[in-house]
Each structure stands twice: as structure tokens, then as C-alpha cells.
Design a binder for this molecule. Structure first.
Ligand SMILES: [Zn+2]
Length: 290
């Protein structure tokens, strides 16, 4: 069933495990991610950026796909449909479209006060409609939907100010980067994570840029207060690799190998397998009803 993400992330924070938030791009991706959650009996956050929404035409279509998959596949684990890196305007559109959770990313606003003002307004609106809401302090390195920021460390005092607005979970830079990590990346900053945690108490924290962080660092981050781990590039890479392998193995597309159901199948299966592996790694397997 579709729920907001508050309860599942509070349970994860208390239980010291993480819940993956996996980005969807189309029907096959949504189906693969939801299939993995049901098989692993894991709570799930399935999320969509505005860029991936444009590819799928509208937030309403994304919402309908996820709602119908959950209903028609008789999914019994809790599933939250979340807006990833939403602008102020996108948050309104997703509330309208039937999402159960939103992220307002005000970290790129011209000043911190604008981030605070918008977050405060959207917290009230989201909660009045039963949705959960994530906010962000400080830039996170790398590029997502055309927005680039240097790898930043969030200011713990600002984290506290945003937390006090009543957000349900908070994204904060601790040296993480979107996309693939450069070879000279120095790793997560656990001192900064501890300083933020000291200021924000039991508020679940979110780790963006989950692709390519060594598993031991992810586990350490989860043990120290990170409850939601965003995964996007990782699934894109396994999908691309499986699809490329299929094309290489069927050079002339003999025996109707061009059939999209055959062509997309290995990639779909790769997403299911990788999502299940990550659920084990984050510790959410079997926590569907925690
Ligand atoms: Zn992100």
C-alpha cells in the first residue's frame, strides 16, 4: 500500500538500518523496484526527479504507474512515492498528482532565508495533506538535473534551523556527491555527520549520491544516523550494462531479438537483482512491517 515515508524512516532511525530510495524512469523501472521490495519484504521509497517526470510526460502519469503497480501486484509492504529534488513549484504539482512524500530542495535558493521560508510553508502544506517532507541544507556535489554543486559539508546550525520547522527527514552534505565519484574523492566526513546528528537528534538523515560510496562507509553512515539512502546512478549503470550485453550477444537481432520485451528484459532483471542486493546491504530486508 502507498504510505508517506515518516513512519518507515523513524523505525529505520530507531533500528539503525537504512531504507533505499530508488529513482524510477519508466514503467519497467518502477515495476522492477517494486518487485524487489515485495520479494525482500522491505519498506520502499520510490522516487522521481522533475527530469525523469518530463521523460514520462507528467507527475500524474508517474503517480498512476506506481499506484496501479502497487494495487495490481498486490504489494503488501509499505511503499512511499517521493519527489526527488523538487523545486517549490514541483512540490505543489506532486501533491496534486497523488505523491505521498515530497522533497523541497531549497539548497540552491539565493539565500538560506528563502530556503527556510519555502520549507516552512511546504511543511505545513504537506502535513495538512498527510504527506511527508524532506528538506536540504547545503549543496551536495555532482550534477543532478542540471544543478551542479561542489561537494559540500552542511552547517550543523542550519540543519537544526531546518529541523525545527518540522521536516520529516533531512538531506545534508557530508562529503557525498551525485553521480559517479571522482578517483580522488576523500570519502564521507563522519565528524560532520556526528556534529549534525548532535544538533538534530532522532530526525532521520538522508544520504544523497549513494552510488559508489564503499559499502563499509554506507554502513557506518547508517549506524550513525543516516536512514534514507538515495540510489539513482547505480541502477542506471546495471541497466545499461545488461542491455549492452544483450545487444552484443544478438548482433543481427535474429529470432525477433528486437522485440522490446526481450530487449528490456535483462536490464529489468538487473535492476531487480541490484535493488535486492542494496536492500540487504542497507539492512531493510524483512523490515516491511517494522
Ligand atoms: Zn540527490
Amino acid at each position: 500500500m502507498l504510505v508517506n515515508a515518516t513512519q518507515m524512516l523513524q523505525s529505520a532511525e530507531k533500528g539503525h538500518y537504512g531504507i533505499g530510495a530508488f529513482n524510477t524512469n519508466n514503467l519497467e523501472w518502477a515495476d522492477a523496484i517494486i518487485t524487489a521490495a515485495q520479494e525482500k519484504q522491505s519498506p520502499l521509497i520510490i522516487q522521481c526527479t522533475s527530469g525523469a517526470m518530463k521523460w514520462q510526460v507528467s507527475f500524474k502519469i508517474v503517480s498512476e504507474i506506481v499506484h496501479q503497480l502497487v494495487e495490481e501486484k498486490n504489494v503488501t509492504v509499505p511503499v512511499a512515492l517521493h519527489l526527488d529534488h523538487g523545486s517549490y513549484e514541483a512540490c505543489f504539482a506532486c501533491i496534486e498528482a497523488g505523491f505521498t512524500s515530497i522533497m523541497y530542495d531549497g539548497s540552491h535558493e539565493e539565500n538560506f532565508q528563502t530556503n527556510l521560508d519555502h520549507t516552512a510553508e511546504l511543511v505545513k502544506l504537506a502535513h495538512s495533506k498527510g504527506l511527508s517532507i524532506e528538506a536540504e541544507v547545503g549543496g551536495i556535489g555532482g550534477t543532478e538535473d542540471g544543478v551542479t554543486a561542489q561537494g559540500e559539508l552542511a552547517d550543523p546550525g542550519q540543519c537544526r534551523q531546518i529541523a525545527d520547522l518540522g521536516v520529516d527527514f533531512l538531506a545534508c552534505g557530508i562529503g557525498n556527491i551525485h553521480g559517479l565519484y571522482p578517483a580522488n574523492w576523500v570519502g564521507l566526513n563522519f565528524d560532520r555527520l556526528a556534529a549534525i546528528k548532535a544538533k538534530t537528534g532522532d530526525l532521520p538523515l538522508v544520504l544523497h549520491g549513494g552510488t559508489g560510496i564503499p559499502a563499509d562507509q554506507v554502513k557506518k553512515a547508517i549506524a550513525n544516523g543516516v536512514s534514507k539512502i538515495n540510489v539513482n546512478t547505480d541502477l542506471q549503470v546495471v541497466f545499461a550494462e545488461a542491455t549492452a550485453k544483450y545487444v552484443k550477444e544478438h548482433p543481427g537481432f535474429e529470432n525477433k531479438a528486437y522485440d522490446p520485451r526481450k530487449l528490456l528484459k535483462p536490464g529489468r532483471e538487473a535492476i531487480v537483482a541490484r535493488t535486492e542486493e542494496l536492500m540487504d546491504e542497507f539492512g531493510s530486508t524483512g523490515k516491511g512491517w517494522d
